[in-house]
Design a protein around this ligand. Structure first.
Ligand code: ZN
Length: 457
């Protein structure tokens, strides 16, 4: 546990006093449609700009596409001291069928004064709002800090991040020496308290298209059935595991268990919880292995025509350091050498040609901060989370993928962590919600950590 300085007590007092206004700001963000696709993140960017207006914070909006935008805001004008980056995405996934929701997904309905329901509450407008508010607090209190806090609100995370964080790192942030970064995605994995994630998995999606020859279904021998071709590929997919060179996971199963066990009073209790909750074990397993699943399939145009086209999507989760080229090569080897089909582009194919096309539709690397155990800043962050949340957090890897690879992998800021309010399991689900207390605590963590971090030389 850490005790707070007088200035930090001042920050906490201000947060307690202005709580209601913070909740209203969050609700506005949730009510603002930034469903991706298509995005419309500019709606959220304008709200953030408005919120930070008139107190001396420089805010820049970078529009692109149709009503889409990224935003960067700075606490100070110089970058000579230590620079801390807060990153959060403005887009949300679609809400799905509105009838399945208890309250309309963009209503940001408050229940029992404790919970706010709505699409994007957990993923991740509460994390984003908390970061914006923390920046505002530091400016309003006119705290004497030497470094700079940079807020980066991004578009496109839910569809790969290339136009969001990927673009920002190459453009407005390019010249900044970033010393530490936090991405505010939800990091509580039920039934555990808060996690601090130092790595993430990669995400590769490949569309497989089998091209056969159509014909009369009464004379199937004269054609080549694209659905049968696809089914051959799917049946043989497990061979991929043999064709992909072994990649060591960043942490072993034992290490992962060890990291999480610190939040339990004893090893026995932790083991018992693992037994009672097989889902947890699956999370650990997913963090140590590569995985694949066919998630969509489509083929055929009429009951009595042999289909000449079948499409399937293969969703692959990579370990950090596992390259997508390796997977693509293995897939090609399987289709060409084991099944005897040619893999090629549609562009150079003639009609009546039997072949398979592979099209990458999403390609996000995994990432891992390998030096995290040596970081004094991270240790301090951990202690602060423990104080504010009144519970020990744990270090882990994110079982899904986020934007961290854009920050970590090309050397912009390897010391990037993911930490934010919300329960991971409610993200992308119906009746997504955020606990107001969790949101307020996140504001405290971000604001106090920023204050401490920027004061160090
Ligand atoms: Zn997210």
């Amino acid at each position: 546990m850490v005790s707070y300085s007088m200035t930090e007590e001042l920050i906490i007092k201000k947060i307690e006093q202005e709580k209601e206004g913070y909740v209203e700001f969050l609700r506005k963000l949730v009510q603002s449609d930034s469903i991706n696709p298509p995005g419309n993140e500019n709606n959220v960017a304008l709200l953030i700009e408005e919120y930070l207006k008139g107190i001396g914070i420089k805010t820049e909006i970078f529009p692109f596409g149709n009503n889409r935008a990224n935003l960067v805001a700075y606490l100070n004008d110089t970058f000579d001291g230590r620079n801390l980056l807060f990153n959060g995405h403005m887009d949300t996934v679609p809400p799905g069928s509105e009838q399945d929701w208890k309250y309309p997904p963009l209503s940001a309905m408050i229940k029992r004064n404790k919970l706010i329901f709505g699409r994007g509450t957990t993923d991740m407008k509460s994390g984003l709002a908390a970061m914006v508010i923390a920046l505002k607090i530091l400016k309003e209190l006119k705290l004497d800090v030497s470094g700079n806090l940079i807020l980066n609100a991004v578009a496109d995370e839910e569809t790969g991040g290339k136009f969001g964080t990927g673009w920002c790192v190459e453009n407005p942030l390019k010249e900044i020496k970033c010393d530490f970064a936090i991405i505010g995605e939800a990091t509580a994995l039920n039934p555990f308290p808060k996690g601090i994630f130092v790595g993430e998995k990669g995400h590769l999606q490949v569309k497989i298209i089998t091209n056969g020859i159509s014909g009369h279904s009464g004379m199937p021998a004269m054609s080549k059935n694209a659905i049968y071709m696809m089914s051959e590929i799917i049946e043989n997919l497990d061979k991929l595991n043999d064709y992909i060179p072994k990649t060591e996971p960043p942490m072993s199963m034992d290490k992962l268990k060890n990291l999480v066990s610190v939040v339990f009073p004893s090893e026995e209790i932790f083991e018992r919880i693992l037994k009672e909750q097989p889902d947890l074990l699956s999370i650990f397993q997913s963090l140590t292995t590569f995985s694949k699943a066919v998630t969509m399939i489509k083929g055929g145009i009429k009951e009595n025509i042999i289909p000449d086209l079948c499409e399937a999507v293969l969703d692959i989760r990579l370990l950090p350091k596992q390259r997508s080229e390796t997977i693509m090569n293995a897939l090609q080897k399987l289709i060409e050498e084991d099944l005897g089909y040619i893999v090629k582009d549609q562009s150079n194919a003639t009609s009546k040609e039997v072949f398979v096309e592979l099209e990458i539709i999403r390609d996000g690397e995994g990432s891992y901060w390998s030096q995290w155990e040596d970081s004094v800043d991270l240790q301090e962050f951990y202690d602060l989370v423990e104080s504010v949340y009144e519970k020990k957090p744990y270090y882990l890897l994110l079982p899904a993928s986020a934007d961290a690879h854009y920050l970590r992998n090309d050397g912009f800021c390897p010391q990037t962590i993911i930490f934010g309010p919300g329960q991971g399991r409610t993200a992308h689900a119906v009746n997504e919600y955020i606990e107001i207390l969790d949101f307020i605590r996140a504001i405290k963590v971000y604001a106090i950590f920023a204050y401490r971090f920027l004061n160090k030389k």
